[in-house]
Design a protein around this ligand. Structure first.
Ligand code: GLU
Length: 444
């Protein structure tokens, strides 16, 4: 049988959205990087070139036997952006729209994220082009095993450590562990992957960590009075776009802190209820019927309408490029909290800043996931198990410290009149990585 998907390494025109924006994630990541460089005048040119692109990109093609006996060929990628501050770290996503450039962008964002949250990792990311919604558990297991086996020693507990991302979960991580462990018998291989099930070396609090980190970051930012007209999560009207791991748990956690969740969505559609949604009921509706739009006590609207609905905090928790040149002028919140990676385009960043809408950027807002991944990795190496209070307490400290450092840098750079939080966060992260690169010395 002929391969149905092949690694897309052929040069292609950059994808444009309807508003003529280049929405290639890697180009966007580089644009963001260049904006931050304007605030780092002393960084050497050669080092800039090195940090601007990944150090390694692996593109794989591998065959998998499907349930009906057919053989299908899949494309998979693992990109290592940087190992300067420690082993590569980052999730693996399974999605039909995965491209090598997307994974390259996501790997870079991991480098800046681990630097900001200050865990001793670099940045990496992986992806397989597939549609998990149409695949059986057996097919997903065979895809995972073959992908990990073919990556071989390009991942490892001290070289590059995968984790969950879009449409991968604890089960996927268990298969990754098991495959790697089979290839390296007799060693403690638990730290080769994080986000594992609790009874297979997982950490308390990892499942909720991304969303909890988003909450902690938002609370700290509001305490720092960085958002005009908004002082607390308590009483804030919140819209969550995307009801997967990050979005559904963020809705629950913000609600527990007194926020009113007025809107939610998934890939099937969106719901809005100005009096507030019953978050637990929306979650069970999604679990039972597969879509939040089945929730009866709300108006069903489109995902586009949801993003533009009036609220205090908008939490994009789905895919890249959701807030763009075409809708940024109609976004009607005070704070955008990026639970997703790359949800806002550079053109939208400019429009939002002009409109005094603050964006808490992905590399800071959603760093709680990789932070607790680091805690899991430490527990695996030490053969320890920390309780939930300890994990959440350490996460809170890390998130607050990171938000404080970014807000301080932002204020030094002139605050909202001069730049946005993303640029300040990137400037700080790039500086931290560059500092370690120079301390280690350029080899040889
Ligand atoms: N995929 C998550 C992220 O984008 C978590 C990565 C990790 O825990 O290594 O941050």
């Amino acid at each position: 049988m002929l391969p149905t998907t092949v690694p897309n390494r052929l040069p292609t025109e950059p994808p444009l959205n309807r508003y003529q924006e280049d929405v290639n994630s890697f180009h966007i990541a580089q644009k963001q990087f260049d904006r931050a460089l304007a605030h780092l005048p002393t960084l050497q040119h050669g080092l800039i070139d090195f940090l601007r692109s990944p150090i390694r990109s692996i593109a794989l093609n591998f065959p998998v036997e499907m349930d009906d006996g057919r053989v299908q060929t899949f494309a998979g990628y693992r990109v290592l952006h940087s190992r300067i501050r420690g082993p590569g770290k980052g999730g693996v996503r399974y999605h039909p729209d995965v491209t090598e450039d997307e994974v390259r962008a996501l790997a870079g964002w991991m480098t800046w994220k681990t630097a900001l949250i200050d865990v001793p990792f670099g940045g990496a990311k992986g992806g397989v082009v597939c549609d998990p919604k149409t695949l059986s558990q057996g097919e997903l297991r065979r895809i995972t095993r073959r992908f990990i086996a073919d990556l071989g020693d390009n991942i490892g507990p001290h070289t590059d450590i995968p984790a969950p991302d879009l449409y991968t979960n604890q089960q996927t991580m268990a298969w990754i562990y098991d495959t790697y462990d089979g290839l390296h018998p007799g060693e403690n291989n638990l730290p080769v992957v994080t986000g594992k099930p609790m009874d297979l070396g997982g950490s308390y609090g990892r499942g909720e960590a991304t969303a909890r980190g988003v909450l902690f970051a938002a609370q700290r930012l509001l305490q720092r009075k960085a958002v005009p007209g908004l002082n607390s999560v308590d009483g804030a009207r919140v819209i969550v776009q995307g009801f997967g791991n990050a979005g559904s748990i963020a809705a629950k956690l913000f609600h527990e802190q007194g926020a009113i969740i007025i809107g939610a969505s998934d890939s099937q559609g969106a719901i809005l209820c100005r009096d507030g949604l019953d978050v637990a009921a929306v979650a069970s509706c999604k679990a039972e019927h597969g879509a939040v739009a089945h929730y009866p006590q709300a108006n069903v609207i489109t995902n586009e309408e949801l993003l533009e609905a009036e609220c205090d905090i908008l939490i994009p928790a789905a895919m890249e490029n959701q807030i763009h040149a075409g809708n940024a002028s109609r976004i009607a919140c005070k704070l955008v909290c990026e639970a997703a990676n790359g949800p806002t385009t550079p053109a939208a960043d400019d429009i939002l800043r002009e409109r005094r809408i603050v964006v808490l950027p992905d590399i800071l807002a959603n760093a709680g996931g990789v932070c607790v991944s680091y805690f899991e990795w430490v527990q695996n190496i030490e053969n320890e198990q920390w309780d939930l209070e300890e994990v959440n307490g350490k996460l809170l400290k890390k998130m607050c410290r990171a938000v404080d450092a970014v807000v301080d840098r932002w204020q030094q750079l002139g605050g909202e009149r001069k730049t946005d939080l993303r640029t300040a966060a990137l400037a700080l992260a790039i500086e931290r990585v560059a500092h370690v690169a120079l301390a280690r010395g350029i080899w040889p």
